[in-house]
Design a protein around this ligand. Sequence first.
Ligand code: EPZ
Length: 423
Amino acid sequence: MEKFIIKGGRPLKGEIKVGGAKNMALKIFAAALLSKEDVIIENVPQIEDIGKLVQIMKDLGVKVEKTGKHEYTVNAKNISKTRLSPELTPKLRASVMLLAPLLARKGRATMPHPGGCAIGRRPIDRFLEGFESMGVETSEDQNKNCYKLKVAKLKGSRFVFRRVAVTATESIVIAAVLAKGTTTLINAACEPEIIALAEFLNSCGAKISGAGTPNVTIEGVEKISGGKFKVIPDRIEAGSFIILAAAARSDLVISGCNPSHLEVPLYVLEKKMGLNLKRGNDYVRVLPRKKTLAGTEIQAHEYPGFPTDLQPPMAVLLTQASGMSMIFETIYENRLVYTDMLNRMGANIIMCDPHRVIINGPSCLRGKKVESPDLRAGIAMVIAGLVAEGTTEISNIYQIDRGYENLEKRLRKLGADIRRINR
Ligand code: EPZ
């Protein structure tokens, strides 16, 4: 099993470039199935999740070619299957994104239950409710442990999300592009990745307005053309590296990012905790801190609030801040379990309930054997290892490879003592 071995306590220095956004690239690949022409996708991160999705799409008969280090060409003229692979699908929750284009193009889709994951049950009820509002018949085949969906022709609908849901919003937008009539979404998610998805689809002939606001309207069209699209910078990778720099008392430039997608985290770090940072249009520079940062409280919230995906890295930083801090994780029911491993490293974290922890700092972290339950807790363990005295061993680093390309190589360039071993 592959592991990271990290010797901590070394301040880092230099520049790290942010890759394309995992949580946008995955959706562009799915949306490309709406077209029968070539779709060229640029700035695609080379991460495990992309590799898995490409495998699942090829299994459906879709042509997917890697036409550059970070570029793919998708052609979905011939979709030969509408049943997602029972072997491949459970390994990638985001494969749920393929339901919408399959319904739009073929009128049917069969999908094994997308597994939950370490951070929560991750049901897909909102996806199914949205599809049902568009005329889709959905059924669950218990013994085959799969969902079956079918529709003669998707029809426009007015759909209210009873709770904001990111990938479900993206799915209903994709389904609505080729539906008959107009679809209106109420209480839609507002993530930047949704704006970018709408821009891509509109560049191919779709008619989407209001993306990035809670009210989105999609006028159905007969078909969409192919096109070319560059994936936007990964705001979660950027935020992870900014927090890493702060925790490791480093002087780092995080380049190729869009700081305007990180307003709340940057406000918390700079104005509430006292981090010394500079920002430009496409970079953030974290300057070495001379004094201990102040503790604070954060509440994970849908965009533009504090992103839940930066909650685990932030928890590590808060163990190094002075005073009492609080994290309130409002989105997932199981996304604070990793804090137990931080306590084993010497942190002082009290879990009040599955959604809230209190962190008292600063604490001296010492290297331990830990694991990566999910990708964001995984990067948090890397940050903790860089901060800790001694050696930290992180197992299950497949989870980290799901979302961070060539992490150890990029961190070594900054002076980190991190290596990947296989034992
Ligand atoms: C997206 O997940 C991201 N994943 C997540 O990033 C991110 O944490 C999340 O949005 C919130 O920002 C991708 O884009 C691939 P949700 P998604 O639907 O769309 C519940 C990462 O680390 N829910 O906004 O699945 C759900 O269980 C990943 O990169 C239902 O109950 O998140 C969660 O508790 C982790 N029924 C809450 O809603 C549904 O049908 C919000 O989930 C759908 C969701």
